[in-house]
Design a protein around this ligand. Structure first.
Ligand code: BGC
Length: 761
């Protein structure tokens, strides 16, 4: 095996003597620096919090030895960057996210284990896909803010989120973390989260740059993606979070893209992220994703994580190696050796370090360290978690207006299912938060129903792989019979099905779109026993529904709902809240219908994104494949009318550059009898481009709350970029002048108003 694969093999090759020699050749010695900095300390510009960050960074850099700079390129622990005590540069103390603050003791296997003694209990917010279903950027920003407050309360500085990777395949194990299939929606959610976090002086980490869309062999698989697809589908959410959100850090992903691991992919890190997007923050590697020293540093990787003794201990474990992790390549000794060998320039290291310092200064953690004084899981934070889930639950079917339940007419409810009696707050892996409490659907329904409604419950079927005692033929028959009995005796049956964190998780993909063993049969048995059955999906990835949907009167998707999931579900069931969630992802009828089905997970560690830009509704709506439920879809207990679409083109001038955009306005009226919220979606159709384009693409949206009978005029603005595509020939965003169509509707397949607009520049 070569040294490249055996990362540890030359860790100790460099002696301290050679380090010292190297330093003497390239930079002042530490001793010289110490005396210089003692002299300089009184007047050091970097200490002056009133000066601009860039000026302070430049001053700090001048005072650092090359060795100190090299030290900053790798972590000092599992969740800490290196500190330079001499200059007062603090370590950045990190915590996993994005759906709340997770423990930082070690890898997800360690910190999620019940044996873990470092129990960090914080608010568990709804999964990313649930937050995306709200289409409520203000709420996502509040979530980011609340999470950041908890980060500070625990004395940490950085939260490892948001996840803005696109849902390319229904089986990706981490779809629940991300914001769905559309680049624009994901980008706006990412921007909101970043603003919320950074507004609190906490550092977010936008992840995983750039195309991490399957867990299968995530360290080794190579994703082949053409340039147009990268620019139109996989990069825009990152671009928005960098350019609009001003993201301070970006985490690179594990896999290879077009032949090169993301951590040493200079096309992605330097050409795209730093040059094209103008990213000024630092890039952090995903945990254990580096495989070289000079190529990684030169590609634009600024900080390798994890580092120090915890990394060394983790790296030698057979399991770590078997999964394909790489780490320990940017330690000071290795970096300095490459400087000496002329393979890395000091200017490059200055750039890496400046970026890290800049974020340290911008976040304020050097001037005002986070001293763990705030509180976690406050009533405000809990409310944000509850609001997020309440707005995120999607009503998919409601035949005969079975919902909302009328508590004055109902006397009994049977609450059934493997996800009814326990709170399944999130999927598995590094995002799984340990909350102080979590409300299961059963508890939420019981609390809301009060004394006058009798609540019974039944497991129905054990969750696949969870409890061997429920996995025998006899136990299965008994569980099913008990569920059918309970359903038959109640006015209403509510069946909560789905997956859990051992079937849907980081590190592996979901095996099948079908519900786990026995759940389809459970739904059928309950529906047979009671025609007033509500099915609730409690999972992140889409599931096959064809076996029961036709006979199911009411269907809700609650995703993974965080600790307040049960309360939010009860509020929707009883009509205390009117459902307003809209799907951020198309739900296909079957896996084979999904656009990437034929190109997943790849062969011989090669996955070709051959479906190109036709991801999600771009595929279903262009190729006329009917999904089970389309992107943007979600019912309400009220109805909305759309009217008065007006499209007004405008021109802006920036110097000599003329740019065209469009103002769109329309009226939305709540034409029903309940207050509710509608998500107005604007799609652009380009029927004349010189290149193949999707039927339409989401370019703006607005969530509006309306009282019964109330109307509001919604204004949406599109700039030139809403009409462009990435031209592989011209290697830039290109607009073919002509007539575009503005489409406004309540889902990608429910376009209510259309109007042409002429764009010439
Ligand atoms: C995950 C990241 C996570 C990191 C630290 C990695 O395995 O991919 O999302 O932030 O671990 O726990």
């Amino acid at each position: 095996m070569s040294c490249r694969n055996l990362h540890l093999c030359f860790t100790s090759l460099l002696s301290l003597v050679s380090l010292a020699t190297l330093q003497a050749q390239t930079a002042p010695t530490l001793a010289q620096h110490t005396s210089q900095s003692q002299e300089a300390s009184a007047t050091s510009a970097y200490k002056n919090a009133a000066l601009p960050a860039d000026r302070r960074v430049a001053d700090l850099l001048k005072q650092m030895t090359l060795e100190e700079k090299a030290t900053m390129l790798s972590g000092s622990g599992w969740m800490e960057s290196a500190s330079i005590a001499r200059l007062g540069i603090p370590a950045i103390k990190m915590a996993d996210g994005p759906m709340g603050v997770r423990s930082w003791a070690g890898s997800s296997a360690v910190t999620n284990s019940s044996a873990n003694t470092v129990k960090v209990e914080t608010t568990s917010f709804p999964s990313g896909v649930a937050m995306a279903s709200t289409w409520d950027t203000a709420l996502v920003q509040r979530e980011g803010q609340a999470i950041a407050q908890e980060v500070k309360a625990l004395g940490r500085d950085m939260i490892l989120g948001p996840t803005v990777n696109i849902n390319r395949v229904p089986l990706w194990g981490r779809n629940f973390e991300g914001y769905g299939e559309d680049p624009y929606l994901s980008g706006q959610m990412g921007v909101a989260y970043i603003r919320g976090v950074q507004g609190q002086g906490v550092i977010p980490s936008l992840k995983h740059f750039a195309a991490n869309n399957e867990e299968y062999e995530r360290h080794r698989v190579n994703a082949t993606i053409d340039e147009r697809t990268l620019h139109e589908i996989y990069l825009p959410a990152f671009k928005a979070a960098v350019q609009q959100g001003g993201a301070w850090t970006v985490m690179s992903c594990y896999n290879k893209v077009n032949g090169t691991h993301c951590a040493e992919n200079d096309y992605l890190l330097t050409d795209i992220l730093k040059k094209e997007f103008g990213f000024k923050g630092f890039v952090v590697s995903d945990w254990g994703s580096t495989y070289s020293t000079a190529p990684t540093v030169n590609a634009g990787m600024d900080l390798e994580m994890p580092g120090g003794p915890p990394m060394q201990a983790w790296l030698v474990r057979p399991q770590t190696q078997a999964s394909g992790n790489g780490d320990g390549w940017l330690t000071a000794d290795k970096v300095l050796a490459e400087v000496k060998a002329g393979k890395i320039t000091e200017a490059t290291i200055d750039d890496n370090v400046s970026r890290i310092l800049r974020v340290i200064l911008l976040s304020g953690i050097m001037d005002r360290p986070h001293t763990a004084t705030g509180e976690v899981d406050t009533p405000e934070q809990q409310k944000i978690a509850r609001d997020g889930e309440t707005e995120g639950i999607v009503l998919l079917k409601n035949q005969g207006s079975l919902l909302p339940l009328d508590s004055s007419k109902i006397h009994s409810i049977a609450v059934i299912g493997p996800n009814a009696l326990v709170a399944r707050t999130g999927g598995g892996g590094s995002s799984l938060v340990r909350p102080k409490y979590a409300v299961s659907p059963l508890d939420g329904i019981k609390k809301r129903a009060g004394e006058s409604i009798q609540i019974t419950s039944a497991l129905g079927v054990g969750m696949e792989g969870e409890d061997a005692a429920h996995d025998t033929p006899e136990a299965r028959a008994n569980d099913l019979k008990a569920a059918a009995d309970a359903a038959s005796k109640a006015d209403i049956a509510i069946v909560v099905v789905g997956r859990y964190n051992k079937l849907e998780s980081e590190s592996f993909d979901v095996k099948t779109m079908d519900l786990p063993a026995g759940q389809d049969e459970l739904i059928a048995a309950v529906e047979k026993a009671n025609p007033h059955t509500v099915v609730v999906l409690n999972t992140g990835d889409p599931v096959t529904m064809t076996k029961w949907l036709d006979t199911t009167p009411a269907l809700l998707d609650m995703w993974y709902g965080g600790q307040e999931g049960g309360n939010a579900l009860a509020a929707i069931l009883f009509g205390d809240a009117n459902p307003s969630g809209k799907l951020p992802v198309s739900l296909p009828k079957k896996f084979e219908d999904s656009p990437a089905a034929k190109n997943y997970p790849g062969q011989n560690l090669e996955v070709n994104y051959a479906e190109g830009i036709y991801v999600g509704y771009r595929y279903y709506d262009t190729k006329n494949v009917e999904p089970q439920f389309p992107f943007g879809f979600g019912l309400s207990y009220t109805t909305f009318e759309y009217s008065d679409l007006r499209v007004i083109p405008f021109v802006t001038h920036s110097g000599t550059v003329k740019s065209e955009g469009t103002l769109v306005s329309l009226k939305v009226k709540n034409s029903g009898s309940r207050a509710g919220a509608e998500v107005v979606q604007l799609y652009v159709h380009d029927g004349h481009a010189k290149i193949d384009r999707p039927a339409h693409e989401l370019k703006a949206f607005s969530r509006v709350e309306l009282q019964p009978g109330e109307s509001q005029t919604i204004k949406l603005q599109l700039d030139r970029s809403a009409f462009t595509y990435w031209s592989p020939q011209q290697k830039e965003w290109t607009l073919d002048p002509g007539t575009f169509e503005i489409q406004v509707g309540a889902s990608s397949r429910d376009i209510r108003l259309k109007a042409p607009v002429e764009i010439t520049h």
